[in-house]
Design a binder for this molecule. Structure first.
Ligand code: HEC
Ligand code: HEC
Ligand code: HEC
Ligand code: HEC
Length: 431
């Protein structure tokens, strides 16, 4: 896949805001199309995508949760008449496009066209058996390309404008905390596609570590864009609190656990920006583009310091961080992430956890765990782990997942111990 195509994809508009009409799930769900009960054997694609989505994918329930007690309470606390009629909820919990075909139903939630694009332009081409490239040219959204996928998923999993964003007020009303890692979340959605020989022929071989890397760079760029957006920040007298480390404020006072961190340079008792994506991104950049890695570390330090000074400095430094993150999106989308990179990145994440104090905070430990999850799968795919070694690594990875299973019970020493065991479970390396 050429860089030029990825470059074009990054300019792509996510489906909700493009001009194509969304024809509705029933258009995709015919039994000879994507609504088969069992995977088709003689077909390029499984064709049971609809059933998988309906039964296993939370996106099919995204609209229905707006009727549940939790949503009723959120709406009441925010003074909204209803969650299921409020733009702010519908923009993420449904395919809230203004271009609706006759069979389109908002109640289908985050359905096929919310990700694959309104099908009015491409459906005809697509059912005629056209190639993937022809489908893309007719307007199918390029979900197979990491930059485009990151942009799509983050448009709801971070939010990309004022009326499509979960503020601290919405969290305060009862909305769950959000976290996201592109490669892990693609896998647990769950994936309704199989990467086999013909998939690779049509779309190229996906590289989980590249997907992770692009996702981290895009997440930091989008977070800084939100921070810089005057409609999202500040929130009256205070900054918008959703940008900060939730657990810095939300933990019992008896839990005295502050430790200095070289990568923030901040003292105790200071409200701290959630820098989990930046920590991961620095590790990746230090491997792929050491100059950018150093620059990112320095700019993040300057950003953390600026946040203790004044708003003008904070905005200036946020813009500088966003610029580096955006450059890294492009850099990573054209980088191969071969075996050496994959192994070195495993070491990078583990070393930062063991030698620095960077994972004392829950959000960073959670990101590190998902990062290692993406890395372990890719190590298997590129032949760095045989089946027995993969099993052993997965066992150790599950301990890391246990250590971050409940944010309110997170303990940094338990996580560090699991990280040491994980390190020992990987085959030895010269890195
Ligand atoms: C920026 C997009 C966005 C907006 C705006 C948004 N949500 Fe969500 N919501 C999400 C995502 C993403 C999740 C899943 C979080 C996760 O598990 O990582 C979620 C989860 C939830 C859940 C928990 C669902 C479950 O299965 O446990 C409820 C309830 C909810 N949202 C209600 C609302 C309501 C009510 C509104 C409007 C006031 C709203 N949301 C606005 C994106 C959004
Ligand atoms: C939350 C986003 C999302 C939703 C909703 C979604 N998909 Fe997908 N879909 C993806 C991603 C990501 C991929 C993998 C990348 C790719 O191959 O494009 C994919 C891949 C596919 C493929 C490609 C399989 C292959 O071998 O090339 C088909 C077919 C598909 N989806 C059909 C559907 C159908 C039908 C629905 C609705 C029932 C649906 N998708 C809903 C994100 C989504
Ligand atoms: C239109 C908005 C939207 C888009 C686009 C979107 N999501 Fe979601 N996603 C949601 C909402 C809302 C939820 C919560 C649904 C619920 O719990 O009822 C969710 C939930 C999820 C979950 C379940 C999380 C959990 O805690 O169990 C995964 C995994 C996920 N999304 C992955 C993805 C991936 C990968 C992409 C991109 C290919 C994507 N999403 C694109 C809105 C979106
Ligand atoms: C700077 C400190 C600070 C940060 C950072 C912060 N919060 Fe809060 N949070 C508060 C305060 C203050 C309240 C209001 C408490 C009250 O009403 O008693 C609150 C309330 C809440 C509530 C409602 C609790 C209740 O009593 O009903 C939730 C849920 C919540 N925050 C979630 C989050 C999440 C998720 C994050 C991170 C994305 C976060 N907060 C970040 C200070 C913070």
């Amino acid at each position: 896949m050429s860089v030029a195509i990825w470059g074009a994809a990054s300019a792509q508009t996510p489906p909700q805001f493009s001009d194509a009409a969304h024809l509705g799930v029933t258009t995709c769900a015919g039994s000879t199309c994507h609504g088969a009960l069992e995977p088709f054997r003689n077909s390029n694609v499984a064709q049971n995508e609809y059933v998988l989505w309906q039964q296993k994918d939370k996106h099919s329930k995204a609209y229905k949760v707006l009727f549940e007690e939790r949503s009723v309470r959120i709406a009441r606390n925010l003074g909204l008449p209803n969650a299921h009629t409020a733009e702010i909820c519908l923009n993420c919990h449904a395919d809230n496009t203004t271009h609706r075909g006759r069979q389109f139903q908002l109640s289908d939630g985050v359905a096929c066209e919310a990700c694959h694009g309104g099908s009015s332009g491409w459906l005809g081409v697509h059912i005629s058996g056209a190639s993937h490239q022809d489908n893309l040219a007719a307007g199918l959204y390029p979900t197979d390309q990491p930059v485009a996928r990151a942009k799509l998923c983050l448009s709801c999993h971070i939010g990309n404008q004022a009326n499509k964003f979960v503020t601290h007020r919405i969290m305060g009303a009862g909305h769950p905390r959000m976290s996201f890692e592109l490669d892990t979340f693609t896998a647990i959605q769950p994936a309704h596609y199989v990467v086999d020989k013909d998939y690779v022929e049509r779309k190229g071989a996906p590289n989980g570590v590249q997907t992770w890397a692009v996702g981290q760079a895009m997440a930091l760029a989008e977070t800084m864009a939100a921070f810089l957006d005057a409609r999202r920040n500040p929130d009256g007298f205070f900054p918008e609190l959703v940008f900060y480390d939730c657990h810095a404020c939300h933990h019992p006072m008896s839990n005295v656990r502050w430790e200095p961190r070289a990568s923030t340079g901040l003292g105790p008792g200071v409200i701290k920006f959630n820098d989990a994506n930046a920590l991961m991104l620095r590790i990746i950049a230090e491997r792929v583009d050491p100059g950018a890695g150093r620059a990112l570390g320095e700019r993040m330090l300057a950003f953390h310091r600026a946040m203790t000074e004044n708003r003008a400095n904070s905005l200036r430094e946020a813009a500088a961080v966003r610029e580096i993150a955006s450059q890294l999106v492009n850099k990573f989308s054209g980088h191969g992430f071969g075996r050496d990179d994959v192994r070195a990145l495993a070491t990078g994440v583990i070393n930062d956890g063991l030698n620095k104090n960077d994972f004392v905070e829950y959000a960073a430990a959670e990101q590190a765990t998902m990062a290692l999850s993406a890395i372990v799968s890719t190590m298997r795919n590129v032949g760095l782990l045989n089946e027995a070694q993969y099993k052993q690594a997965m066992g150790a990875l599950n301990k890391l997942y246990d250590a971050v299973a409940k944010d309110e019970e997170y303990k940094a020493p338990t996580f560090a111990a699991a990280l040491r065991d994980f390190n020992a479970a990987l085959p030895a390396t010269t890195n």
